[in-house]
Design a protein around this ligand. Structure first.
Ligand SMILES: O=C(O)c1ccccc1N[C@@H]1O[C@H](COP(=O)(O)O)[C@@H](O)[C@H]1O
Length: 233
């Protein structure tokens, strides 16, 4: 996928209608709603996910983060939560992506790849034709208690860049982003989208100041030299 100079922004771990509205006002193009996970700070109930999803306007995507690995459970979960995008944080063990597509036409599928090393490149390239987007995060599904995201940790962006160049679907970059490192992330990886949870929170609550700084930083860093020049003329 070609590089993106003005990445979309997905604000994750949304835990109330107020947080959803705040993220949208600042310019989020997607919201991340985390359902039951083996670990993490962002988990909310499916009832609350459905309530939040219902107030999100057209044009903003609602991503359901799922740790489920069988298609039947994922389909049932989507029906309960009424989101328009499913983010699969682990790998499928029962059923195929095509089963999800057949049962949920129009619902986008995003597969998370936890970037642990060069082996992640093969994993991303193999799964990419089956999904609508790839999300690169810093979890570890091989730990005794799996970490499927929300780590606040950056991974190796050289590998993320390589993945973005090799796959033909949009790539979201997640894992430890904040207003201080997002310019470097855009420059180095040029992903389609940026995905953030910990970096815009204080005591697990969405922090308006951090949110505002994050968007401002992206705005300034995504202006190309030519555009700044044109703007001045
Ligand atoms: O935050 C969680 O609880 C969580 C648990 C399991 C899977 C994903 C989770 N969060 C998502 O992880 C990414 C990166 O988060 P961070 O910016 O590094 O804190 C983000 O999409 C979170 O929503």
């Amino acid at each position: 996928m070609k590089q993106t100079t003005k990445p979309r922004v997905k604000i994750c771990c949304i835990s109330s209608i107020e947080e959803a509205k705040m993220a949208i006002i600042y310019g989020a193009s997607a919201l991340g709603l985390v359902s039951a996970m083996p670990s993490g700070i962002g988990v909310i109930s499916e009832e609350l996910i459905a309530e939040i999803s219902a107030i999100v306007p057209p044009g903003v995507c609602t991503f359901l983060f799922t740790s489920k690995q069988d298609v039947k459970s994922i389909i049932e979960q989507q029906r309960r939560c009424q989101v328009n995008t499913i983010q699969i944080c682990d790998y499928l063990t029962l059923g195929k992506y095509q089963d999800l597509r057949d049962a949920m036409p129009g619902i986008a599928l995003v597969q998370v790849i936890h970037v642990t090393g060069e082996e992640s490149v093969k994993e991303a390239v193999e799964v990419s034709p089956l999904v609508d987007a790839i999300l690169l995060d810093s979890g570890n599904k091989y730990l005794p208690i799996k970490q499927l995201g929300g780590t606040g940790k950056v991974h190796n962006w050289d590998i993320s860049k390589k993945i973005r160049e090799l796959v033909d679907v949009p790539v979201y970059l997640a894992g430890g982003l904040n207003s201080e490192n997002v310019t470097a992330a855009i420059k180095q990886v040029s992903p389609f989208g940026l995905d953030i949870c910990t970096g815009v929170r204080t005591n697990n609550k969405l922090d308006e100041m951090k949110l505002s700084q994050f968007f401002s930083q992206i705005y300034y860093s995504s202006f190309g030299v030519d555009e700044v020049q044109n703007f001045r003329e």
